[in-house]
Structure formats: C-alpha cells, structure tokens
Design a protein around this ligand. Structure first.
Ligand SMILES: *Cc1c(COP(=O)(O)O)cnc(C)c1O
Length: 496
C-alpha cells in the first residue's frame, strides 16, 4: 500500500516519500511523517537469514513506496559498502549481559554515518524521479562531527556539492584535521571567524534569501539540507533495530517473539524515535529507555509532561547529546496527540515563543513505553572505568551515559528483559575523555595520537581507518572567511 507523508503541523499532505526527502522540512515548519506506520510483514526466520543490505531493503521499501525496487537497492548498495569496516555493518557485541549494537563502523566512526551514507543517494534518486535538473548543493554549519559525516556521505556523489562551515577556533584539533583533509571533488570546507552560532545563522540566512535562490537556479543549482529531521535520515535508522533483533534470533540468543528492551543515548531524539517506529512496525520491543546527559530536558519531560528548554546549556564529555531542543520529539508529540496537527502546532508554537510546552494526561499515558533518566559526568566516567576493568570493553562517553542510565532502570524496575543498547560512537572518537576516565594520571599528559596508540593497546583493537588516515592525509581545504562573507564564499565556490 502506498504511504504518503504529511506535515506534523497540518500544512502539507499527500506528499510522496521522494518529495518529502527532497523538501526536508515541510513548508509550515513541520516535520514530515508517514500517514501510517507499515507492518513488518516479513517472517522473522526470513529476516534472520538476511544480510544488513537485504534487511535494509525490506524495511525501507515499506516506507519509501514510490521508489522502485531497483532504485532502492541501488541506494542501499552504494551506502553500505566498504566504507564500513565490517561486512555486518552494525554488529552486536555482548558485555556484562548487554547487547551493544555498534553503530560506529562507518567512515567517521559514529552513528550519523548510518543515515548520512545513504541520504545522498536517496536525495539524488528523489531528484531524478521528480525531474529536478539542478545540481543539489548541501550547506551545513557544524560544531565538528555532523559536517564531517555529511561530507563523507556526499563525497563524489554525482549531482551534488557539499559546503561545510565550521568555527575556526571552535572545534577540536582532531575534528579540524578530519575536515580539512576531506577527499572528494565536490566537497568544500570553510573555516569562519566566529562561533558555531554565527556559522549556523549564516547558513540560515543564505537558505532564506530568495534572491540568492533565484541566482542559484539560473546557474543550475538548488540548496538542500542534510539535517537530521529529514525523513530520509530517520527511516534508514529503523533498519538496524530490525537487523539487531534478527541477529539475536539467528544466534539463538533469544527466541523469535521474545521481547527486548532498547536503550539509546539521546540528543535530537532521532535514534530512539527510529526504535519507536520499529516497535510500531511490530518488532517485539518492550521499554524504550531514553538516556540523557546533564542536559536532561527529556528526562524532565518524561517525568512531568513539561518540555522546558529554559535552563543553562551544559558542556559535557558527550557533546553530541548537548542539546536543549530535541527536534525529532515533534514526531512523537504528533503521534501521542492522536495525530492532531493542531495540538502539535500549539506545542511547537509554545516552544518557539516561551521555550516550553506541556502535554495533557491523555498524551502522557501513551508515553508508558518510554523511560527517561540521565547520567552525571562522574557517573559517565565511572561507567567507562568499571566496564573496562570488568570486561576489557571500552565504551565511548555517549554509550557510557546510556549504560549508566540502563543500570539505573534495571535496579529501579527489576526488569531483566534482554537489552539492545545503541552504541553511538567509537571510543577512538572521544579518546581523551575515555582515557581520562580509565586512568587520568597515566594518560592525560599524552598527545592526541599517542593516546590513540594507548587506546589500541589497552582495548586490544585496531586503530580505525578513519583515524589512521588523518595522521598522514594532506590538507586539502584552507579557505577562511568572516561570518558575514559566507554568501559570497558560496558564490565563489559555485562560480556564480
Ligand atoms: C548524534 C549523536 C547522538 C544523539 O542521537 P540523536 O538521534 O540526535 O538522539 C548520540 N551519540 C552520538 C555519538 C551522536 O553523534
């Protein structure tokens, strides 16, 4: 059955999957949601015999119904290939009774690779299907990680260019090195004199500039964004929950039909929403355990029904979860309001105007599947140290937040249901914090690359290619500009 997409705020409906992917955000500022969640109508025994790519096709074809089989299989084949350092793409590792779903085997050793390696192909395919002749130009402002993951995904994808802006003095030396060494004839990296907010505001201004868009169109270009609210990033994330469950059945860790819980270190709420969608499709998921760091807006929301971003922004050792507005939560609000666009819009207007909104009791009741808690910086570090000491397995800071919250949940509830825990970054991505947690006295004084050698030794793992490469890779990008010159810089890059 065909699935069409509509805005959570009611301003658009009857939009095909490919159009929703092309548009990214709906005209009214809402997020695109499917008009219903399709059933996972493939027997688990069949899924259990499939490769990651085959499972990806089964899941994604249920949502992206206007893509042909050939188109979708093509996108999947180009995305999940040797860019990943394991054929399994998303392998499971068991430690202390937890099934760690390792989502960090892609090009930038973090979970955003799972979606950003396929989005460019979905986007160019969608452009073709909708007779868009313009070349697609992706503009992104980054505080370090997302920009790199987006570039890795878009590098050398025909019909696209990607321009990434980062704050010159606002990213770590390793992050900067990762960006300025980026390969690909269609990738452009620009450092700006300013902070991340300046970079983001600059990108927004360019996006909202109608004259700019007209000039672009005359030259055969159009802008698009690789933002995490694009439905083309969300649906590919449903795949690995299905694949993980099927893997557990295949390996006789569970029986088909057994319930599993899922724990996710959460920021923008995309990853855990994908697990919720998997549950709605019929995957036997029990609790969805939502783990936050000290920026615990979501914890308070699950406990009180009030979402309130009016609080200090705390910098933690799990920076990808330092977020006060979890954009993808809007899709959950829409669902628990009985798909009421009016109610959703009311909440989002409240968030925009007053930085807060409150849901009613009827909506709260539908959050029973969710459990939210947070881990402090001390708890996070203690978790890294104890897991290493007890099992030799080294957690990154984000994953450690999730383990700490999961342990709290299990103690509180006594629930011993098997748990799949989304492991969202390789410890090599946050080596300094990880080694500091394990033995600060011994390791704090070492340089970045010395630390990586130490991590390799103590965890008995190979240094990932992503890290190995930046040691020797030549610098390819050295453009620097003022924040108010971003538009001109884009024009210069595009030759218009
Ligand atoms: C982006 C990110 C998260 C948060 O995921 P959301 O989908 O935004 O909730 C967690 N961990 C890491 C390492 C990330 O990069």
């Amino acid at each position: 059955m065909e699935i069409l997409y509509k805005s959570t705020r009611g301003g658009e409906e009857g939009v095909t999957a490919s159009q929703a992917i092309l548009k990214g955000l709906a005209k009214d500022g809402g997020l695109f949601v499917p008009d219903h969640i399709p059933a996972l109508d493939v027997p688990m025994e069949t899924l259990a015999r499939m490769t990651y790519q085959e499972v990806a096709y089964e899941v994604m074809s249920r949502f992206f119904t206007d893509f042909t089989e050939e188109e979708l299989k093509n996108c999947i084949a180009k995305a999940y290939d040797e860019k990943f350092d394991t054929e399994e793409i998303a392998p499971l590792t068991k430690a202390e009774g937890i099934y760690f779903l390792e989502l960090f085997h892609g090009a930038t050793i973090a979970f955003k690779d799972m979606a950003l390696s396929i989005l460019p192909h979905l986007l160019t395919t969608a452009a073709g299907k909708n007779h868009v002749k313009n070349e697609i130009v992706i503009l992104t402002a980054t505080s370090g990680d997302t920009g790199k993951a987006a570039m890795a995904g878009f590098a050398d994808v025909p019909g696209t260019k990607i321009i990434v802006f980062y704050p010159k003095d606002g990213v770590s030396p390793v992050q900067e090195k990762q960006m300025v060494t980026q390969k690909g004839g269609n990738t452009y990296v620009v450092a700006i004199r300013g902070n991340f907010d300046d970079a983001q505001t600059g990108v927004k201004n360019i996006f909202n500039d109608k004259t700019f868009a007209e000039e672009m169109a005359r030259a055969g270009f159009q802008f698009s964004s690789a933002n995490s609210i694009n439905i083309g990033r969300l649906i590919p994330q449903v795949v690995y929950y299905v694949y993980a469950y099927a893997s557990l059945v295949r390996n006789s860790e569970i029986k088909n039909g057994d319930v599993v819980n899922v724990t996710v270190p959460t920021g923008n709420f995309g990853n855990i929403l994908a697990a919720f969608y998997a549950k709605q499709m019929g995957l036997p998921i029990g609790k969805l355990i939502c783990a936050s760091n000290e920026n615990k807006v979501l914890v308070d929301f699950f406990r009180t029904g009030v979402y309130d971003r009016n609080r200090p922004f705390i910098l933690t050792s799990s920076p990808s979860m330092d977020i006060l507005i979890s954009s993808n939560l809007e899709r959950l609000i829409y669902r628990i309001s009985g798909q009421s666009a009016a109610r959703t819009k009311e909440c989002m207007d409240g968030l925009q105007k007053n930085g807060r909104y409150e849901i009613d009791d009827e909506m709260r009741e539908q959050l029973n599947d969710f459990y939210g808690d947070y881990a402090s910086e001390e708890e996070t570090a203690a978790e890294i140290a104890s897991m290493y000491k007890d099992t030799g397995y080294v957690l990154d800071t984000h994953t450690a937040v999730a383990v700490s919250v999961y342990e709290k949940y299990r103690k509180e509830s006594g629930d011993t249901t098997p748990v799949i825990l989304a492991s969202t970054a390789s410890p090599y991505k946050f080596t300094r914090s990880v080694l500091h947690a394990i033995d600060a006295d011994a390791y704090d004084g070492l340089g970045d690359f010395e630390q990586m050698d130490v991590l390799s030794e103590i965890s008995n793992t190979k240094i990932p290619r992503a890290i190995e490469e930046i040691r020797t890779a030549p610098v390819r990008h050295n453009t620097v500009c003022d924040a108010d010159q971003m538009g001109q810089t884009v024009k210069k890059i595009l030759g218009i």
